[in-house]
Design a protein around this ligand. Structure first.
Ligand SMILES: [Zn+2]
Length: 266
């Protein structure tokens, strides 16, 4: 049985580039009643418009738009605000912090921190103004997230995409009154111990699942694909000692609570 658990985070445009034909295949799947809900993230205007057009191919999905901290530029700030106003997005993100140090602009230098904070604050302001959830990307920046606890608490939901922090940090965010959801993907297949421990420990009403397709390939694969969500679901269910169908139910409700509640303003 396919429990059709929703995919809380992927990149449809990047997926089609990495694996051409994916959009048509997903649309066919949906046409034959085997589709699932999914939330696709976009980070610039051209990508957003191309992704939105996939609906004409018969594919349904929720859309988010954010200024990604890996490319913290202001170019699309007005576009983001306009999308939020028009109801064309159901969430803002990915947004957040990238301090992995893998590139010079991703180190924790003063000017990088200042820029990433400014871009994040702008997006929190837009989210608050329009009552939108945010999807957070953070690497080596949990202290920054905690520093914004008050602002995050004011939002309808905060999704921590590809969560691989310790369970106690996740619990501490929840304890501060943030409507936080922790989304687990292929790291739990690839032996990330912190992600696995969090996935095992957090309450049912705080869990989402994602592929991040085409990124974060399961070990031995070239790309992560939408169908890999079934492997993520099986692994998450095993970590929680429940059947996949049992876990699929709260994950589906959580997805609806985060991405389904936003009303288009027209
Ligand atoms: Zn992503």
């Amino acid at each position: 049985m396919d429990p059709k658990v929703p995919d809380a985070h992927l990149h449809l445009f990047d997926l089609e580039s990495a694996s051409p034909g994916s959009i048509r295949a997903l649309a066919e799947e949906e046409g034959s009643g085997r589709g699932r809900r999914r939330a696709s993230a976009c980070h610039d205007r051209a990508e957003f418009e191309a992704t939105e057009a996939y609906r004409e191919a018969g594919l349904s999905f929720e859309l988010s738009f954010g200024i990604h901290p890996q490319n913290a530029v202001w170019d699309d700030a007005d576009f983001l605000a306009a999308l939020a106003r028009s109801g064309r997005i159901v969430a803002i993100g990915e947004c957040g912090f990238e301090f992995s140090g893998d590139r010079p602009e991703w180190t924790r230098a003063k000017e990088n921190e200042k820029l990433q904070r400014a871009v994040f604050e702008f997006q929190l302001g837009v989210a608050r103004e329009h009552g939108l959830p945010v999807v957070i990307h953070q690497r080596k920046a949990l202290d920054q997230v905690f520093a914004y606890a008050r602002e995050l608490k004011a939002l309808p939901a905060v999704v921590f995409h590809s969560w691989s922090g310790p369970a106690r940090e996740a619990e501490s965010l929840l304890a501060r009154g943030i409507r936080a959801f922790f989304s687990f993907g292929t790291p739990i297949l690839n032996g990330n111990r912190k992600a696995a421990a969090s996935c095992a420990a957090l309450p049912d009403d705080a869990i989402l699942l994602e592929t991040d397709a085409p990124w974060q390939a399961p070990r031995g694969e070239r790309h992560c694909l939408p169908a890999h969500l079934e492997r993520v679901l099986a692994a998450a269910a095993a970590l929680r000692s429940v059947a996949p169908e049992t876990l699929a139910e709260p994950v589906g409700l959580n997805y609806e609570a985060v991405f389904g509640a936003v009303k288009a303003l027209g």
